[in-house]
Write a protein that binds this ligand. Structure first.
Ligand code: SAH
Length: 396
């Protein structure tokens, strides 16, 4: 096996179990390795640090599979890691009745570059690193064995693959997708999941716990759900007894699924749901001009800042929608506001929201801090900013 020798002192982060080796930490590669090959990582003094996947094209030159120097990286390794990840979710009390569950969350589960979501009998896998790409067969076999699923569908079409020198890859890699639309039940509400054409793996599982909270807060309230996608927050609000729910998204296909979702939940009152295909930035201004107000507003935008380099522009965009969010709230109303931007940490996000509250002249108090869902164990070593963060803020 080739040896990846680090520059002096660069072993420190690995000793704290940070799973990435950046280009600037690499002194040399002894021997030859192709993208995705396993390399032995050693400190400048030869001390073994573990085994990693080599990725020469990426600024993250290697991602650690193990911090133990003597563990073989082979089919058995993936089978075990995957079985452990699946088992952690199987006994989690918040996931007991959920048919949509994230089974593997990359680095947090010791499997850098591997995302796997279960939607009923189908598992969707996304491979985003050279190492994960190399071990596709072992990963798929491990998933099938650990879950007993009927099909595994690959959605490796994320842009981050480009950074690893990888092109997109999608399609069924095990079994066959069911003919009829795939659905899950989330917090008691049936939701369609389009694993082929939907965003990411088809569904934003990371917001499940926050959608549940929305349902619990919605009784008797008028709700505005911005960036609604297929209506996850909207349907929870309807189920929770909202008096009306206006949902906005710029994607026509997502709104079509959202409408179907209401239709396939006969317990919900479709009359209370209004859907609007629009740009949220413009729609918020229109709503303000029409003097419309709401008791509960959800802002769950896409990633405005993928990295710290975009933080300034993103901060202005977050400020803008949160400012209008506060302006459209009735007294006693609640703003549930989120960011999934890697370039914006919780502290900065909280400052932006506080600034928006003060500029709109409301007296605001944090009701609840909201972060990634329970099946996203936050890897201690991975930057906190990479994860979903959010605040529920109540105004006076
Ligand atoms: N809250 C959703 C997930 C939101 S994902 C859930 O719980 O499932 C972000 C959504 O924002 C996507 O559906 C995307 O189509 C939409 N979007 C992105 N930019 C937008 C804009 N400027 N105006 C309206 N919608 C936008």
């Amino acid at each position: 096996m080739s040896k990846l020798v680090l520059n002096p002192g660069k072993e420190r982060s690995l000793l704290r179990r940070h799973p990435w080796v950046f280009a600037g930490s690499v002194a040399r590669l002894e021997g030859r390795a192709r993208p995705g090959d396993t390399v032995e990582v050693v400190a400048d003094d030869g001390r073994p640090l573990g085994r990693a996947a080599w990725s020469p094209e990426s600024q993250i030159r290697a991602r650690m599979w193990t911090f133990a120097p003597d563990v073989s990286i082979d089919h058995v390794f993936f089978k075990r890691r995957i079985a452990e990840s699946v088992a952690r979710r199987a006994t989690h009390p918040l996931l007991a009745n959920e048919s949509g569950v994230r089974l593997i969350h990359g680095e947090s589960d010791g499997l850098p570059g591997v995302i796997a979501d279960r939607f009923g009998d189908v598992v969707v896998v996304q491979l985003t690193s050279a190492g994960a790409e190399k071990w596709r067969d072992a990963i798929v076999a491990g998933l099938v064995q650990a879950t007993g699923c009927k099909a595994v569908y690959e959605r490796s079409d994320s842009d981050v693959r480009k950074l690893e020198g990888l092109g997109p890859q999608t399609g069924c890699v095990y079994g066959e997708l069911p003919q009829e639309a795939l659905t899950i039940v989330e917090n008691g509400v049936r939701m369609e999941v389009d694993v082929v054409a939907g965003h990411k793996t088809g569904f934003y599982l990371d917001q499940r716990d926050n959608r549940r909270l929305t349902g619990l807060l919605a009784a008797g309230r008028s709700v505005l759900n911005c960036f609604c996608y297929t209506g996850g927050f909207s349907l929870q609000a309807l189920a929770g007894g909202a008096t009306s729910v206006l949902s906005i998204d710029s994607s026509g296909p997502a709104l079509e699924v959202a409408r179907r979702n209401v239709a396939c939940n006969p317990q919900l009152d479709a009359e209370r749901a209004e859907w609007m295909e629009a740009d949220v930035f413009a729609a918020l201004r229109t709503l303000k001009a029409e003097a419309r107000t709401f008791d509960l507003i959800v802002l769950d935008p896409p990633k405005f800042a993928p990295s710290a380099a975009h933080a300034d522009r993103a901060a202005r965009a977050y400020k803008d929608i949160n400012l209008f969010g506060f302006r459209l709230l009735n007294p006693g109303g609640i703003l549930m506001t989120y960011s999934c931007s890697g370039g914006i940490g919780l502290e900065l996000f909280q400052k932006i929201v506080a600034g928006a509250a003060s500029d709109s002249g409301v007296d605001a108090r944090i009701l609840h801090r909201l972060s990634a869902a329970a099946d996203h164990p936050i890897g201690l070593a991975v930057p906190e900013g990479e994860y979903l963060k959010g605040l529920a803020v109540q105004v006076g």
